[in-house]
Design a protein around this ligand. Structure first.
Ligand code: SAM
Length: 255
């Protein structure tokens, strides 16, 4: 056998071993997940159990500062490609932990704050809050950003809340981790509460929630995912939508 053939067959063996190990892992962890089509939800006895599980993550993370910097470097690049983000906009970041994403939005000239179940102590950018029940008024925010939908108890409730707080034609920027059956995807981690085979199924849920997709880009850092930029539905009269364009300087898509 030639050397290149031998290398090829050992690569093939490693690939198929990896595939079998992933299948075994899925089988062994099956009892903690409830499957519904493309999506799996972690089995929690109660909502308080879900909240406690999610809040417990912060104390288990090492190198928080390094993680924040890696996130910020990656986000700076891809958010600069989202031309709908304008200075002076209000931005709410969901599941923002230390607030690295808020800092990037602030660098872009926006007014940005975050919410998190566990923002830690003395967090300048992030306040306590649950993204299933936001503490903000209807139609009061220009842009919502999240990279945490896999930490939801119920993804569709989060999407409904985003639609409620966004101004008509507002921006929803969701960064969705690639799922178990996506190319370059992965299986869920210890603190993921919902998981999918394909990230496209989450994008479908966002669209079913009334959002229009206006841009997408794939990314690889800090993890492999898809960023989708969507506009929220316009439920106001056309004349008010025109006022919004004049005042805020961005065109709500679908207007
Ligand atoms: C993977 S971390 C991401 C943190 C940050 N966005 C980042 O990229 O570094 C997920 C975050 O979501 C938060 N979280 C989980 N469930 C939440 C909920 N229901 N409401 C608000 N935050 C939540 C967790 O506390 C955690 O900080």
């Amino acid at each position: 056998m030639h050397r290149s053939e031998a290398q090829g067959s050992s690569k093939g063996a490693i690939f198929s071993l990896g595939k079998r190990l992933r299948k075994l892992k899925r089988f062994l962890t099956a009892e903690i997940w409830v499957t519904d089509g493309d999506t799996r939800r972690r089995r929690y006895q109660s909502y308080p159990e879900y909240l406690a599980h999610q809040k417990s993550k912060l104390s288990q993370i090492r190198n928080l500062d390094r993680k924040r910097r890696i996130l910020m470097d990656a986000l700076r690049k891809r958010l600069s490609a989202v031309t709908w983000i304008k200075s002076g906009m209000s931005v709410l970041c969901l599941g923002a932990r230390q607030g690295g994403e808020c800092e990037v939005f602030i660098e872009m000239g926006t007014f940005a704050v975050g919410i998190d179940l566990n923002p830690g102590v003395e967090n300048r950018h992030v306040m306590a809050g649950d993204f299933h029940q936001l503490q903000f008024a209807d139609a009061s925010i220009d842009c919502v950003f999240t990279n945490c939908l896999e930490h939801a108890f119920e993804v569709s409730t989060v999407i409904d809340e985003v639609r409620r707080v966004l101004k008509p034609g507002g921006l929803f920027i969701a960064e969705i981790v690639l799922g178990s059956r996506d190319e370059r995807g992965r299986d869920p981690g210890e603190h993921d509460s919902v998981w999918w085979d394909h990230s496209e199924s989450v994008i479908d849920k966002i669209k079913q929630g009334g959002f229009n997709e206006i841009q997408r880009q794939e990314f690889g850092k800090p993890w492999a995912g898809i960023q989708v930029v969507c506009s929220s539905p316009i439920t106001m009269k056309a004349s008010s939508a025109r006022d919004l364009i004049a005042v805020d300087g961005f065109a709500p898509l679908g207007a």
